[in-house]
Design a protein around this ligand. Structure first.
Ligand code: SF4
Length: 514
């Protein structure tokens, strides 16, 4: 049995980081962890090939080779997913679909002609498919009917199927689910509010496998809320710290967490000791009313800016997500977000207009209120909202574009990151010096050439370097990393502006035509 696993292409998003990836000679930020986990759950006597369309398209011989094509995607990948179903059928191959997009919108997959819909979490539904396939069934739909699998029995993902040279980071997962109840969040719909974790030994086996396969770059712990189950995280971290120490800290970790991380100094210290270097926080908005309305109560308990400062002071770089367009939001929300980002100095502030994802509490509320417009939501920052907001869409969109443009204006950006890195502490891990590889050295030279010679901000760039060398030299690498990110943001803010303005003018033309 020959299985071709294909990961559909992403549109360009805030997170696609093309310009940064070019610098380090990589094609994609992260690999398809879901598909390599699927390969590990299926019978191991089957043969597997994996093609990530974000690296290269599927070749004719690969389509011909396959007995079955498996696709997994998020909603944001829907266009390529639908195209791949058609292409697989053109080669006469049956198609199995799974992952967040088919699980949220199975009707779209049925309409696209997928043969097998293996929905929810694969640990439960893939064995049902295998049983049916072995009996000769050639179509079917499998759901877990509300049962959540115990992830302690999830096998080690088949990382060997990945082309390591194409990815900037590897992904691993410790937990699924989150205890909070944010109205717009689809994680709690997909994975529930009771976080389920792997065992420390299980995670270490995954790291050992990556290490044996030769991986030596960073690792993204893809849990949507790494600290959802703090007790189990605190059992993991000492084991992880020991593993890292014994190997001279081969991996730098990044993850996502809720802002209450800042309240737990012990947990922060433990993460730092394991070499967690960055964390993504869902701050969403500094407007307390909007946070309460969207049921993000955990962000209303303490000062959000203090939380950012506390995490930064430990030496963990904060990235944060912001949303504009909540119900009853007062005009000026975009400017308030800018003020918050400027005050805290957060270098990477991801920003988007609120989208209602299928199946979320927000989706059902808006459906009841007759305000949903379409299914085209899914994490892309260049889309207008997919529902009717409580203030004019033109006003929200303009605030969004203005805020995005301002935050990534090169002078504003360099001044902000300078302030940020002056207040960041550099953790002192007992790491032996290792020579950076040639690709990283070339990337560094390119950043210095572009930022320090070519750009109009070159004087500011050098002034900042001088200031950092004098006051906080240990964070120089972080500063240069954020300068490299600016290469992407500069290019991406123009895409946001063009696409939002295009959609607004197209909408206005439609209204005139009506
Ligand atoms: S904290 Fe994050 S993962 Fe948890 S419910 Fe809220 S948005 Fe979802």
């Amino acid at each position: 049995m020959r299985v071709l696993l294909v990961y559909p292409q992403f549109p360009k998003t805030f997170w696609s980081y093309e310009k940064v990836l070019e610098l380090v000679d990589r094609k994609v930020l992260l690999p398809p962890l879901g598909l390599v986990t699927v390969a590990a759950i299926l019978p191991q006597e089957w043969e597997f090939k994996l093609v990530d369309q974000n690296i290269r398209p599927v070749q004719v011989e690969e389509w011909q080779w396959a007995d079955l094509v498996i696709l997994s995607a998020m909603i944001v990948q829907k266009d390529d997913m639908q195209d791949l179903i058609v292409r697989a059928h053109n080669y006469g191959k049956p198609v199995l679909v799974g992952g967040p997009y088919p699980t949220a919108l199975p009707e779209e997959m049925r309409a696209a002609g997928a043969d097998f819909l293996v929905l929810d979490e694969g640990e439960i539904t893939l064995p049902l498919f295998v049983e049916a396939w072995k009996k000769g069934e050639r179509s079917g739909e499998y759901r877990s009917e509300g049962v959540k699998p115990d992830v302690t029995s999830t096998p080690i993902p088949r990382f060997d199927l990945l082309d390591f040279s194409a990815y900037d980071s590897m992904s691993i997962q410790f937990s699924r689910g989150c205890p909070f109840q944010c109205e717009f969040c689809d994680i709690i719909v997909l994975y529930g509010r009771k976080p389920r974790t792997k065992t420390p030994e299980q995670l270490i086996k995954e790291l050992n496998y990556l290490y044996e396969l030769g991986w030596r770059r960073s690792i993204f712990m893809v849990d949507d809320n790494f600290i959802g189950n703090k007790r189990n995280v605190k059992l993991l971290l000492p084991v992880l710290q020991k593993w890292q120490e014994e190997r001279n800290y081969p991996f730098a970790f990044t993850t996502e967490a809720s802002v209450d991380l800042a309240q737990d100094q012990e947990l922060l210290d433990m993460m730092v000791a394991c070499r967690f270097e960055a964390v993504f926080l869902g701050i969403e908005t500094p407007d307390a009313d909007s946070l309460s309305l969207t049921k993000k109560y955990q962000n209303t308990r303490d000062s959000l800016s203090d939380a950012v400062d506390q995490i930064t002071a430990k030496g963990i770089r904060v990235m944060a997500g912001f949303i504009i367009g909540f119900d009853n939001e007062a005009p000026g929300a975009g400017q308030r977000i800018v003020e918050f980002v400027e005050k805290t100095g957060i270098p990477s502030a991801m920003f988007g207009m609120l989208q209602a994802l299928p199946g979320t509490a927000l989706w059902f509320r808006l459906e009841k209120e007759g305000r949903l417009l379409n299914n085209n939501a899914g994490g892309n920052q260049t889309h207008l909202m997919n529902f009717v907001p409580t203030r004019p869409i033109e006003q929200i969109a303009q605030e969004y574009v203005d805020a995005f443009t301002h935050l990534y204006e090169p002078h504003v950006y360099l001044k902000r990151i300078y302030r940020y890195y002056l207040k960041m502490n550099a953790p002192s891990l007992n790491m032996k010096f290792t020579m950076p590889d040639l690709i990283d050295l070339r990337a560094l030279a390119t950043v210095i050439w572009r930022q320090g010679v070519k750009r109009s901000t070159r004087w500011l760039f050098w002034q900042n370097i001088w200031g950092i060398l004098r006051h906080n030299p240990a964070v120089l690498t972080n500063y240069l990393l954020s300068c490299a990110h600016n290469e992407h943001f500069l290019y991406y803010r123009d895409i946001v502006k063009q696409q939002i303005e295009f959609q607004l003018s197209a909408g206005q033309k439609e209204e005139v035509a009506v």
